[in-house]
Ligand binder design. Structure first.
Ligand code: PHE
Length: 460
């Protein structure tokens, strides 16, 4: 085990440290880019409603399960499952997690690339416009250019790999945690602006007044997948985080706090974007471009003149880049730790190989809007395919098996011991409710949603 990991095993000193670290992985482009984009393409409020139910009944249970597995064994995903169930195949959950992390990074680095590319553009005032045609063209120029898409992705990869090789991940994570409240503050300021725009009422009714007619099983699967993606669960990352938790950490309470904070950041991003969409005539279902075309408009309508507007715009993309970095570090660590701990590679070799592999595989996602726009598998570009395969298949399947492990293989006694911290917490009702959820409710929901969403069976 590497020096850094061993040091990390000393664990988080305070409850607040645990919350902040977990949020550092959870809060990222999932909140500010993916949540608004999917809400827009899936019809708004009904999707948000299903999403909230999914985080409550699925995402949260998987997160708590991963945290207790990690804290009990104090090991990474694969080794913890191997040690809890020797000579059984549960460790495959961790192995699938390595694949998920790699495939998520293959397209996540491209979205981060757009964020990074927007920082110099915001500085140069090129984005000071409320005209949809101008901001749509600015974004299209970026993603339609093969070189720009590739080079910015390489910048992102080098940035993340350099942080890991320099052994300063812990330091950067600490910085990310400190900066997240500033991102939160900016989102609140943008909300004040967007909620006083003329299209605010229309934006809010899109966000909060459900129209159920457009909901399909695929909508439900997408919402469930988003809850996995946003909470960074279903692939074992949170097992590793749990391995650093203190023995007296109240795991269910931490899980609820992470879930609520993550949800709040997403809703703030939604409330920043949709009033702007309806005020200036953007398309709510623009998809992945939504964040990039609407944010310039909301900043350009801030009072105080171009300097203030630019300042906030630059700060926003900078902080979005930092939030994305926190999430990417937790993703990148998964294949790197695997190569180091299983194959005995040095951290440097493991990191460089992972980065090179990502540059290769990720380039197909980077070029999905230009050279490879017509290269489709199952009707999807490579960017969409990586996204779909991870959020809508690998993470929910991983989560299903994590719940089955905790609910069925472990059983009540072990669960009670873990959730009450050996009887020191007086939370019997929580333990009983969690046991019922993780054993029955979450797995049954996941099986039904997966089978229907993927079209394997047809219920209604
Ligand atoms: N939760 C992160 C986000 O919202 C993405 C992520 C997924 C990170 C899975 C780690 C593991 O951006």
């Amino acid at each position: 085990m590497s020096e850094e990991v061993r040091k990390g095993r000393e664990g988080f000193a305070t409850g607040l440290g645990v919350l902040a670290a977990t949020l550092g992985s959870a809060v990222g482009l999932g909140n500010i880019w993916k949540f608004p984009s999917l809400t827009g393409t899936n019809g708004g409020a009904a999707f948000i409603f299903i999403y909230i139910i999914s985080t409550l009944l699925v995402g949260l249970e998987v997160m708590i399960s991963e945290h207790i597995i990690g804290r009990t064994t104090r090991k990474n995903a694969i080794d913890s499952l191997r040690s809890l169930a020797p000579r059984q195949v549960w460790w495959l959950i961790g192995a699938a997690g390595v694949l998920s992390a790699f495939l998520i990074m293959a397209f996540y680095t491209e979205v981060a690339a757009w964020v990074f590319a927007y920082i110099p553009r915001a500085i140069s005032s090129a984005l000071n416009t409320t005209d949809p045609a101008v901001s749509e063209k600015a974004f299209a120029d970026l993603i339609n250019s093969p070189w720009q898409s590739l080079i910015w992705q390489w910048v992102v990869l080098i940035w993340v790999a350099a942080i890991i090789i320099a052994g300063v991940s812990k330091g950067i994570e600490a910085m990310t945690k400190r900066l997240l409240p500033i991102l939160f503050g900016i989102l609140v300021i943008i909300n004040i602006r967007s909620l006083t725009l003329p299209g605010a009422a229309e934006g809010l009714s899109f966000l909060f007044k459900p129209n159920w007619s457009a909901v399909t099983w695929m909508t439900v699967l997408t919402a469930v997948g988003l809850s996995f993606f946003k909470l960074s669960v279903g692939m074992g990352t949170m097992i590793t985080y749990g391995s650093y938790f203190r023995d007296d950490e109240n795991i269910p309470a931490t899980g609820v706090r992470v879930m609520l904070s993550d949800l709040l950041v997403s809703l703030l991003a939604g409330m920043a974007i949709f009033p702007t969409v309806f005020t200036y005539g953007f398309a709510p279902d623009a998809g992945p471009s939504l964040l990039f075309i609407t944010m310039p408009a909301v900043f350009s309508s801030l009072p105080g003149g171009p300097f203030v507007q630019n300042l906030f715009m630059v700060l926003f993309f900078l902080l979005a880049g930092i939030a994305a970095t926190g999430a990417m570090l937790s993703l990148f660590e998964v294949p790197v730790a695997y190569l180091v701990e299983r194959l005995g590679w040095s951290r440097r070799k493991a990191t460089i190989s992972t980065a090179l592999g990502l540059a290769l595989v990720g380039s197909t996602a980077a070029l999905s809007n230009s050279l490879m726009a017509n290269f489709k598998i199952a009707g999807k570009t490579m960017f969409d395919l990586f996204d779909f395969a991870t959020s809508n298949v690998l993470l929910p399947v991983g989560g299903l098996f994590i719940c089955l492990f905790v609910g069925w293989r472990w059983g009540y006694a072990a669960l009670e011991k873990n959730l009450t911290n050996n009887g020191t917490l007086n939370n019997r009702a929580v333990v009983r409710a969690f046991y019922f959820l993780v054993k029955w409710v979450t797995p049954v929901l996941l099986v039904v949603v997966l089978l229907n969403g993927l079209g394997i069976i047809k219920l209604g």
